[in-house]
Ligand binder design. Structure first.
Ligand SMILES: [Zn+2]
Length: 337
């Protein structure tokens, strides 16, 4: 995960107004805590909120509850090079925030801010700290330097050390209301109005994930995969051929989609109600396969897909080609009864 200068926005997202006002009010009354845990669903912009609040805290002439955007501090902030801001995240190709990285920011926190104000440390994602890193940070959390603000960002609070958790003020970020996300997405030029609903559904209601999907033209890719999986069901292509074609596919995402399609087939089979589907555009396919497959074979495949997906996210060395081929063979057998 990397950040770009585009991440250094001055304002929070519209659905973060409550959390923003809460921190601004604390700042105004000089009651800012030294550490916050920004927690909640992925794809809602918690990291962006953290950087925006850092920008506000660092700004030398804030206007109301926002950074001015043009003072020296704001310019440094927006270029991603403010000397009093540190962003701690896994280094390239690593999933872990290492203890040396933590020690370096603790050292940073012990010095006086170069611009005379706050020093801000953002840790993203906080659960990427291993126990050594987390323990190194603990001391800083217990004895924070003056005017040090630490913002920890996490979508997996349960994976964090409890002792870290308990030393932070909790700042929850629930998933925004669907309508609010749709309105925000609808105002963006790169999202097709007709695709809004489906994009947000596929993104599990996470507005920024939906935007990412739009940018990546994910609906086109999904349509291609559906067509290819259909070509196996129809006997036009062998599982081996399609598995070969999928060799560069993001397997975790693919398995996530297949898992969702299977869950929809189960729903269709049990309720016959297309309005409950997570993939409403695939109702016809769900209905067809649901009429052919036994519920037992559906559940078995669903379980297998979820297991493979978990494996693909871990460090296990997965034989992707074999796994994809098995997936397609199993899918084919669903409709063969
Ligand atoms: Zn400013």
């Amino acid at each position: 995960m990397t950040y770009e200068s585009g991440d250094f926005k001055l304002h929070p997202y519209p659905w973060q107004a409550t959390q923003w006002q809460r921190l601004c009010a604390q700042k105004a009354t000089e009651k800012l805590s030294h550490a916050y845990l920004l927690k909640g669903a992925r794809g809602t912009g918690k990291f962006s909120f953290a950087t925006a609040f850092a920008g506000y805290v660092l700004c030398s002439q804030p206007e109301g509850e926002a950074a001015c955007g043009h003072c020296k501090n704001c310019n440094l902030f927006r270029s991603g090079s403010h000397p009093d801001l540190r962003i701690l995240q896994p280094e390239e190709k690593s999933r872990i925030i290492k203890v040396d990285q933590v020690r370096e920011v603790i050292e940073f926190a012990s010095k006086t801010a170069q611009q005379g104000g706050y020093r801000v440390i953002i840790i993203n994602p906080a659960e990427a700290m291993n126990s050594n890193s987390a323990n190194a940070l603990l001391k800083s959390l217990e004895e924070p330097g003056e005017k040090t603000l630490i913002l920890l960002v996490s979508a997996r609070q349960g994976a964090m050390l409890a002792t870290i958790n308990s030393r932070c003020q909790q700042l929850p970020f629930p998933l925004p209301a669907r309508q609010e996300s749709l309105e925000w997405l609808g105002g963006l030029s790169n999202v097709e109005p007709g695709e809004l609903e489906l994009l947000l559904t596929l993104a599990d209601g996470q507005p920024l994930t939906a935007l990412q999907f739009a940018n990546d033209q994910i609906l086109k890719e999904r349509a291609r995969l559906i067509e290819e999986i259909g070509s196996v069901t129809k006997g036009k292509n062998s599982p081996m051929e399609i598995a070969q074609r999928w060799k560069d596919q993001d397997v975790t995402q693919l398995l996530g989609w297949v898992s969702g399609w299977l869950a929809d087939i189960v729903r269709m089979q049990q309720t016959g109600d297309a309005t409950t589907l997570s993939n409403p555009d695939l109702a016809a396919m769900a209905s067809y396969i649901g009429s052919k497959a036994s519920s037992r074979s559906l559940f078995e495949l669903l379980q297998w897909v979820n297991e493979q997906r978990a494996l693909s996210q871990g460090s296990a060395n997965l034989n992707r080609h074999l796994m994809l081929e098995e997936l397609l063979i199993r899918w084919l057998h669903l409709t063969l009864g």
